[in-house]
Ligand binder design. Structure first.
Ligand code: HSE
Length: 436
């Protein structure tokens, strides 16, 4: 059977990795796919570099339109990133009846519904394993492996840059700014790290996982997004003393009132496997009603780990290219007519536990005042830590962990606590998940 023809848009790190792995493992891959998979055309602005990477066997152009309009090409891999030209070319490829493989989480989290609708209408596949957690086959697991389950929640370390920074802050007791600079020097953080450190990248991925876990549209705009830029080394230390680690989690949770979709620094018990995912590694914990908890771990970025996911999609598409569109796995796991509009809850309606740190004057009655505010707000205290003031100091830190309560209760209580004359400055609030 003649090989399936692929066009590649963008040959940066992941594109080069895809080209190399496909070449290196071509025999093994075609034994699995049933036919060869061949990249025949590459579009990149840096034509000279692209030519050096792919050699003479494949045509290199500087205009992606030449790829998406090429009638010989069956599958287009989009590795440009962003939602400008990438969106335009993906929609053109779909309109031209080509299947698409993309690693572009930002594009799908924001324009996914439009893109999947266009693909549905045209009867082509849009595959995006590489968009979430790099080399970990989490899309495959959620869409297919766990298809018997009612998914209850997902909690993932889905951004390697921030996990690396948090690991370094904990290991070395350093503050965020110092570690960020070090991460940039080592190449773990980009020159403009905003999307990573502000939680946006993780929220793109959490949004996609929520859609396929619960059969809801892709709704990035409704995700609650907090990064790690305000996290202080002191809180990592106190969390540790209480038996917790702080991780940037992407959380998607089904509740009786709606769906929680949030990214924020989170205390998790140090004894959980996922709490021990260190450095730039990713991990996703999924709770299904039948299977219970399953954990997926691996590299969330990098040339060949991401290429592994891109090529898995190429193989899937190759196997299913001749199948009736209705017999393929739906883009968002659920049949398009069976999607629901279950609301995504605003953060004020989210229910979780909390870590609260307050700096107080070491005076009689301070603790009683704070605990009575919490009691009036029906917030139950789970654990507490009070530091002995340093010699000659008259101020100290109090740290409290609460049982589960609604975010708006905690916010109201914090306002009252901050108004106490013995509480100095702002209360630090970090959400806590037991993941049990
Ligand atoms: N920048 C991402 C990370 C990798 O740090 O995990 C690509 O999504």
């Amino acid at each position: 059977m003649k090989s399936i023809k692929v066009g590649l848009l963008g040959i940066g790190t992941v594109g080069a990795g895809t080209f190399n792995v496909l070449k290196r493992n071509q025999e093994e891959i075609s034994r699995r796919a049933g036919r060869g998979i061949e990249i025949v055309m590459v579009a990149d602005l840096d034509v000279a570099r692209a030519k050096e990477l792919v050699g003479a066997q494949c045509e290199v152009v500087n205009d992606g339109n030449l790829v998406v309009n090429n009638p010989d090409i069956d599958i287009v891999i989009e590795l440009i990133g962003g939602y400008g030209i990438a969106k335009d070319l993906v929609l053109k490829a779909i309109a031209n009846g080509k299947h698409v493989v993309t690693a572009n989480k930002a594009l799908l989290a924001i324009h996914g519904d439009e893109i999947f609708k266009a693909a549905q209408a045209k009867g082509v596949m849009v595959a995006y394993e590489a968009a979430v957690a790099g080399g970990i086959p989490i899309i495959k697991a959620l869409r297919e492996g766990l298809t018997a389950n009612r998914i209850e929640w997902i909690a993932g370390i889905i951004n390697g840059t921030t996990n690396f920074i948090l690991s370094e802050m904990r290991d070395k007791g350093l503050d965020f700014d110092t570690v960020l600079k070090e991460a940039q020097r080592l190449g773990y953080a980009e020159a403009d790290p905003t999307f990573d450190i502000e939680g946006v990248d993780a929220a793109h991925k959490a949004t996609l996982m929520a859609a396929i876990a619960f059969g809801i549209p892709v709704q990035f705009g409704k995700a609650h997004v907090e990064g790690i830029t305000k996290l202080e080394a002191v809180d990592i230390r106190y969390a540790e003393q209480l038996g917790y680690r702080i991780k940037l989690l992407g959380i998607a949770k089904r509740t009786p009132h709606g769906i929680e979709l949030r990214v924020h620094p989170t205390l998790i018990p140090a004894k959980r496997l996922i709490a021990n995912v260190e450095g730039a590694m990713n991990a996703v914990l999924v709770q299904g009603d039948a299977v219970g908890a399953t954990l997926y771990y691996g590299k969330g970025a990098g040339a060949e780990p991401t290429a592994s996911a891109v090529i898995a999609d190429l193989v899937d598409i190759t196997r299913l290219a001749d199948a009736q569109p209705a017999h393929r796995v739906p883009h968002l796991a659920f049949q398009p007519h069976s999607m629901t509009d279950t609301p995504i809850l605003p953060i004020s309606e989210v229910t979780t536990s909390y870590y609260l740190r307050m700096h107080v004057a070491d005076k009689l009655g301070v603790l009683a005042n704070v605990t009575s505010i919490l009691a009036e707000s029906t917030i139950s205290i789970d654990a507490m830590l009070q530091k002995e003031p340093a010699l000659g100091e008259t101020q100290t830190d109090i740290i409290m962990l609460t049982h589960q309560t609604q975010e708006k209760n905690v916010e109201a209580a914090i306002k009252k606590i901050e108004a106490l004359p013995t509480v100095l400055g702002k209360v630090t609030k970090i959400r806590l998940e037991h993941l049990s």
